[in-house]
Design a binder for this molecule. Structure first.
Ligand SMILES: C[S@@+](CC[C@H](N)C(=O)[O-])C[C@H]1O[C@@H](n2cnc3c(N)ncnc32)[C@H](O)[C@@H]1O
Length: 280
């Protein structure tokens, strides 16, 4: 049974990194007229009210988007992200945080398509209520790893896949790598964005190396640490985004972003970042 609900964590530093990189990718996809498919294998509820009891319980958004709201000194990609979040918050007060489906959905053009997978019944219902009736969108109450296969390659031969599992099960790491290996075989030129948690576990530490080995045609790796390692070895240190076939210009745009985010979101001076890439 799935216990993870993204509503408890929404808007935290991990969402900030993930959504800045995702927006950077989608902006560059829209630079060409030809339509693309956006596929979100682990979509969540789509959008979140920060006054909701789940978001309020840990109030993680206060350590993420909340620290950026109202800042005047942001690098351009952070400023673009905050500006985008503001479009969901008429009146200027931070009340709503869009998840990846709402963010991506707001960027789609008539020629683009969106495919969303969500396994949790409640989050699926919320997602389907918002997106289920839109002609260019399909929402599925099924396993995103398995469902991805049948969608590749997309008919337009342009596509972005966000793989954002909850990593509740250790097997998620293996499934992620297997699913990506298969996806790249079917659609080698797709842009694949993988979010992962930075933990003191072997699976988490090894993941970037495993993803690099899958990406001979180019990759980008951005990691943002916001907390110091705990002596007991538990707890989230930060998170990473790994992009296979990153669009041109994304790496450059993140050069000022990552150090700034590490300074601004790092707790008690623990902020650190990694930004590396490979283009053959
Ligand atoms: C980290 S959340 C997604 C957050 C969302 N991508 C965003 O950025 O707003 C992960 C979601 O994946 C769902 N999930 C877990 N395993 C899944 C699977 N195999 N297929 C589809 N959804 C799954 C969980 O219920 C959860 O809602």
């Amino acid at each position: 049974m799935l216990a993870y609900r993204h509503a408890f964590h929404v808007g935290n530093p991990a969402d900030v990194l993930k959504h800045i990189v995702l927006l950077g990718v989608l902006e560059r996809m829209a630079a060409k007229d030809k339509g693309y498919w956006y596929i979100d294998t682990h979509a969540g509820a789509g959008s979140y009210q920060l006054s909701d009891r789940m978001a309020q319980r840990l109030a993680e958004y206060q350590t993420g988007i909340g620290l950026l709201w109202g800042r005047k000194d942001m690098p351009s990609s952070v400023a673009a992200y905050v500006k985008h979040i503001r479009t969901f918050n008429a009146g200027g007060e931070l009340r709503t945080y869009p998840g990846s489906p709402a963010l991506a959905g707001s960027m789609l053009r008539p020629q683009d398509h969106m495919r969303l997978f969500e396994l949790h019944s409640t989050d699926f219902r919320l997602l389907d209520a918002t997106w289920g009736q839109q002609s260019h969108v399909e929402v599925r109450h099924s396993d995103g790893f398995a469902g991805l296969k049948a969608m590749l390659p997309p008919p337009t031969r342009r596509g972005v896949v966000l793989l954002d599992p909850s990593y509740e099960l250790d097997s998620d790491y293996g499934q992620l790598v297997a699913s990506l290996r298969d996806a790249i075989t079917r659609f080698a030129t797709g842009v694949y964005c993988v979010w992962y948690p930075q933990l003191q576990s072997l699976e988490s530490i090894r993941l970037p190396k495993r993803l690099k080995a899958l990406s001979p045609a180019g990759w980008l790796h951005a990691q943002l640490s916001t907390a110091a390692p705990r002596p007991d070895g538990f707890g989230l240190l930060g998170s990473g985004m790994f992009v296979i076939n990153p669009p041109f210009g994304l790496h450059e745009s993140l050069k000022a972003t990552l150090p700034w985010l590490a300074r601004t979101l790092g707790q008690d001076g623990a902020g650190k970042h990694v930004l590396e890439g490979h283009t053959p």
